[in-house]
Design a protein around this ligand. Structure first.
Ligand code: DMJ
Length: 454
C-alpha cells in the first residue's frame, strides 16, 4: 500500500493525465503504443486503488476518466495494448465499483477497436488508427503477420463487452479468431507466433511462451474459467497446447532447473524470458481442469517454473530478475547478453508467486515475494516514484527513468494479493486479464451484470 501511494502520488505530482511517469526526470512519459490516448497509468491503476481501498485516489481517478478520457483522437494505437490496459482497466473498474461511466467508456473504446478486424480472415491488425479505422501490422513482423499474443489476447475483454453492451459483435469477432486457428495445421501441435491476416497462413515458425506468444495460451485457459467452465473449445485448445509445450519446449537443466525454451523451426533456443515466468501461475491455475491423473503434475510444473524464476532473481546482485536468462554456454538462469540484463518493473515472477501461494499455501512464495519487495525498495524506489534498472548484475543502479503503468496495475496488485486473504477476489468468481485486471466469471445461473461480488 505504501508502495502504491508512492507510485501514485508521484505520478499525480509530475505526470497527471499523461500516460506514464519518468520518476528520475520527474515528468510525463508517452509511449507510442497508446497513440494520443492519454492517462494509461490512471486507467491501469483504477482497480488497484479500489482494491487497496484508496478511496480519495480512486475518486480523483474516476473524475479524470469522466472529464478527460477521450478516444476521439487521430492516433494509431496498438490494439492489444489498448485492449488489455484500457478496455480491461475500465471493465474491472466497472465491475468492482458499479460506476456506469466505466462501462460506457469501455464499450465506446471497444467500438473504436472493431475496424481492426476488417481483414480478409478477420484476424485483426496489430495497429489501428482509431480515427480513420485504417489498420496495418508491425513492419518487423514476419511477412506482414499479426502476432499470436496480440490477436489471441482479446477474448476475455471482448466477451465482457458483448455481455455488457448486449451487442454480440465483440464476441463474434474473437470466436472467429479461434475458428481460423482451428482450421490451420499446427507444426507439432504448436502455435507459431506469426499469422498473416490476409492469407490466413503462418509466418515464421517461431514458438514462444514468452513475448509474442504468452498471453494467447493464458487466454485459452482463462476463457474456459471465465465461462464457468462451459467453453469446452477453449479448454481443449489449452490442454492440447500445454501437451505440445511439454513435449517440445520444456526442458530440465543439468543443475535440475525446469525451463521453457523457445522453438525456432524445430530448433531450441535455451533461453527463457521474464515474460515466460507467468506460465508457472498459469500451469498451476489450470491444474484443476487437467485430467485427474495430471492435476498434481500441473501444480508441480508451476512450482518448478516458480523455482527457476526465483533462481533468475537470486543469481543477480540486485535480487531482481533479468529480461531473459539462458541455459547454455555453461550458465543456468543467468543473462549473458548485455541487452537482456535489464528489469523494467515487470510482474510475471510475482504473479506466479501469487498463484502458487493461493493454490498451495507454501510459505516460501510469500518469502520470495518479500525478497522482491525489499529489492524493489532498495533499487527501484527513487524520490520521484519507481524506476526500471538497466543492469541487475551490477551493484550500483542505472535507472531507466520509466515507471511502467503495469507496475501499478500488476506488480503492486499481485504483491498485495500475495499478502492478502484468499477471499479477496477469490478465483471461483474472478479471472485476471493479462494486465491483472479482474473480470467476473460469467456464472451459468445468473446474468451478473455489474455484480459486486468482491
Ligand atoms: C503487461 O502489459 C502484460 O502483462 C502483458 O501480458 C505482458 N507485458 C506486460 C508486463 O510485463
Amino acid at each position: 500500500l505504501q508502495m502504491m501511494k508512492h507510485a501514485w502520488d508521484n505520478y499525480k505530482r509530475y505526470a497527471w493525465g499523461l500516460n506514464e511517469l519518468k520518476p528520475i526526470s520527474k515528468q510525463g512519459h508517452s509511449s507510442n503504443l497508446f497513440g494520443n490516448i492519454q492517462g494509461a497509468t490512471i486507467v491501469d491503476a483504477l482497480d488497484t486503488l479500489y482494491i487497496m481501498e484508496m478511496k480519495e485516489e480512486f475518486k480523483e481517478a474516476k473524475e479524470w476518466v469522466e472529464k478527460n478520457l477521450d478516444f476521439n483522437v487521430n492516433a494509431e494505437i496498438s490494439v492489444f495494448e489498448v485492449n488489455i490496459r484500457f478496455v480491461g482497466g475500465l471493465l474491472s473498474a466497472y465491475y468492482l465499483s458499479g460506476e456506469e461511466v466505466f462501462r460506457r467508456k469501455a464499450v465506446e473504446l471497444g467500438e473504436k477497436l472493431l475496424p481492426a478486424f476488417n481483414t480478409p480472415t478477420g484476424i485483426p491488425w496489430a495497429l489501428l488508427n482509431i480515427k480513420s479505422g485504417i489498420g496495418r501490422n508491425w513492419p518487423w513482423a514476419s511477412g506482414g503477420s499479426s502476432i499470436l499474443a496480440e490477436f489471441g489476447t482479446l477474448h476475455l475483454e471482448f466477451v465482457h463487452l458483448s455481455h455488457l453492451s448486449g451487442n454480440p459483435v465483440f464476441a463474434e469477432k474473437v470466436m472467429n479468431i479461434r475458428k481460423v486457428l482451428n482450421r490451420l495445421d499446427k507444426p507439432e501441435g504448436l502455435y507459431p507466433n506469426y499469422l498473416n491476416p490476409s492469407s490466413g497462413q503462418w509466418g515464421q515458425h517461431h514458438v514462444s511462451i514468452g513475448g509474442l506468444g504468452d498471453s494467447f495460451y493464458e487466454y485459452l485457459l482463462k476463457a474456459w474459467l471465465m465461462s464457468d467452465k462451459t467453453d469446452e473449445e477453449g479448454k481443449n485448445m489449452y490442454y492440447d497446447a500445454v501437451q505440445a509445450i511439454e513435449t517440445h519446449l520444456i526442458r530440465k537443466s543439468s543443475g535440475g532447473l525446469t525451463y521453457i525454451a523457445e522453438w525456432k523451426g524445430g530448433l531450441l533456443e535455451h533461453k527463457m524470458g521474464h515474460l515466460t515466468c507467468f506460465a508457472g501461475g498459469m500451469f498451476a491455475l489450470g491444474a484443476d481442469g487437467a485430467p485427474p491423473d495430471k492435476t498434481g503434475h500441473h501444480i508441480e510444473l508451476g512450482a518448478e517454473i516458480a523455482r527457476t524464476c526465483h533462481e533468475s532473481y537470486d543469481r543477480t546482485s540486485m535480487k531482481l530478475g533479468p529480461e531473459a536468462f539462458r541455459f547454455d554456454g555453461g550458465v543456468e538462469a543467468i543473462a549473458t547478453r548485455q541487452n537482456e540484463k535489464y528489469y523494467i518493473l515487470r510482474p510475471e515472477v510475482i504473479e506466479t508467486y501469487m498463484y502458487m501461494w493461493r493454490l498451495t499455501h507454501d510459505p516460501k512464495y510469500r518469502q520470495w515475494g518479500w525478497e522482491a519487495v525489499e529489492a524493489l525498495e532498495k533499487h527501484c524506489r527513487v524520490d520521484g516514484g519507481y524506476s526500471g534498472i538497466r543492469d541487475v548484475y551490477i551493484s550500483h543502479e542505472s535507472h531507466d527513468d520509466v515507471q511502467q503503468s503495469f507496475f501499478l496495475s500488476e506488480t503492486l496488485k499481485y504483491l498485495y494479493l500475495l499478502f492478502s486473504e484468499d477471499d479477496l477476489l477469490p478465483f471461483e468468481h474472478w479471472v485476471f486479464n493479462t494486465e491483472a485486471h479482474p473480470l467476473p466469471v460469467l456464472h451459468k445461473d445468473d446474468g451478473n451484470k455489474g455484480d459486486n461480488q468482491k
